[in-house]
Design a protein. Structure first.
Ligand code: SAH
Length: 399
């Protein structure tokens, strides 16, 4: 019952951001008396200003820099299975409007009212990445709510992200419900991809690039395509299905490329798709030295910049990548390039890519500047959660 929720009080003058709707409160903004300090990480609490005005109900972790994550602005909200079901049903209503097939990011943390968790749906299976102590404590209720609202058979509770350390959480991965199928199909943009949900990267598939893949597909009819950092073939197979004549996928992960091969076969494009296991920068340099050229080049690397202090150096990696990739683009061809580094802002990414292309002595125009799809909504007061930056460029416009 709400009446019994412990109360956490903010310091004098520290309530403004929360009052204006920010979903977090930091630990130095909280009155850390012994009782507050002793609360178990993840406890549901009622948040009060220093004048005893209630601000809402939140998950509290005294050991985390982000000490408070709001769950509801209603100070009387009851956080139980029904609450979780309500949030999941609301998230589902949006995705059902957006997509024909039940494959999408179902819950994107704060912007879907469930801070500290990302949930991806693959038909009858969902995978939750649990990154906050509050959601960790509710993990079983969350799994039950997912099964009851979606009617899915299997829920994978994945607690293996390094950011869990910030919340003092151990690594843990478990499956609730029916055993996890070894390989699952991902239906996206009319294409059937393959994902490995147990061992694959993140939850197994990168749903964030869906709309960008479709866009690159539109440029790829009749094209020779190079998809670097291809993972299981997201961009490259979108291009092949859209009518590219030749698609090369490059990734250092053999298992991701094996999934891409299976998907190429399933979509009847295996005769036009080849895979190559390699380190990306080395491979790009080799192709340049050989004089290879492609009508469309796509580069979707992992985050080059992992922390704020690395920005100045790391951001230059995008310039180098753009330079190497642009050298492989045939006259009048296209370059798709992405950054998923949280700490690199969109303008800085564009500037580096612009310089990298300029280094090759060529002009470029920006056709598309986008982020993740609408199944990755952004909380208006957490603009930094819009981590994905994607650019599609046309080289040699006007030539
Ligand atoms: N474009 C993909 C997602 C890419 S995720 C899609 O549409 O789904 C980033 C990928 O880069 C991963 O598959 C990872 O295995 C690969 N990778 C990471 N470092 C690499 C490197 N140095 N060389 C080649 N591939 C790398």
């Amino acid at each position: 019952m709400t009446e019994n929720l412990p109360v956490v009080t903010l310091n004098q003058g520290a309530s403004k951001r929360a009052e204006h709707g920010h979903p977090w409160v930091f630990s130095n903004e909280i009155r850390m008396d012994p009782a507050t300090k002793a609360l178990k990480p993840g406890t549901a609490v009622r948040i009060m200003t220093d004048n005893s005005a209630p601000l809402g109900v939140a998950m509290f972790n005294p050991h985390s820099l982000i000490a408070v994550r709001f769950l509801s602005r209603d100070p009387e909200a009851v956080i139980d299975g029904a609450f979780l079901e309500g949030r999941i049903a609301s998230a589902l209503a949006l995705r059902e409007k957006l997509y024909d097939a039940p494959c999408y990011r179902l819950v994107h943390a704060e912007a879907d009212g469930l801070p500290g968790v990302a949930i991806d749906r693959y038909g009858d299976v969902v995978v939750a990445q649990i990154n906050s102590a509050g959601i960790d404590r509710m993990a079983d209720d969350l799994a039950a709510a997912l099964i009851s609202v979606l009617g899915v058979k299997t829920v994978v509770l994945r607690g293996d992200s390094p950011i869990r350390k910030l919340e003092g959480l151990e690594e843990s991965v478990r499956v609730v419900g029916a055993p996890l199928p070894e390989k699952v199909e991902v239906h996206e943009n009319g294409i059937s991809y393959r994902a490995d949900l147990a061992l694959g990267q993140k939850t197994g598939w990168y749903f964030d690039q869906r709309d960008n893949r479709a866009f690159m597909g539109r440029l790829a009819k009749g094209a020779r395509v190079l998809d670097v950092y291809s993972h299981a073939g997201g961009f490259g197979l979108a291009c092949a299905v859209a009518g590219a004549v030749d698609v090369t996928l490059v990734d250092r992960s053999e298992s991701a490329l094996a999934l891409a091969s299976q998907a190429a076969e399933a979509n009847n494009v295996d005769d036009r798709v080849r895979i190559h296991v390699a380190e990306a920068f080395e491979d790009l340099a080799k192709r340049r030295d050989r004089g290879d050229s492609y009508d469309v080049v796509i580069c979707d690397p992992p985050a080059f910049v992992k922390s704020k202090k690395d920005v100045a150096v790391g951001v230059k990696g995008y310039r180098k990548l753009a330079r190497l990739a642009a050298r492989l683009v045939a006259p009048g061809g296209y370059l798709g390039i992405a950054s998923c580094s949280h700490h690199v802002e969109s303008d800085a990414f564009l500037a580096q890519v612009g310089r990298g292309v300029h280094d090759t002595g060529r002009e470029a125009s920006v056709l598309r500047r986008a982020g993740a799809g609408p199944d990755h909504p952004v909380h208006p007061q957490l603009p930094e959660s819009a981590y994905l930056k994607f650019l599609a460029l046309r080289l040699d416009p006007g030539a």
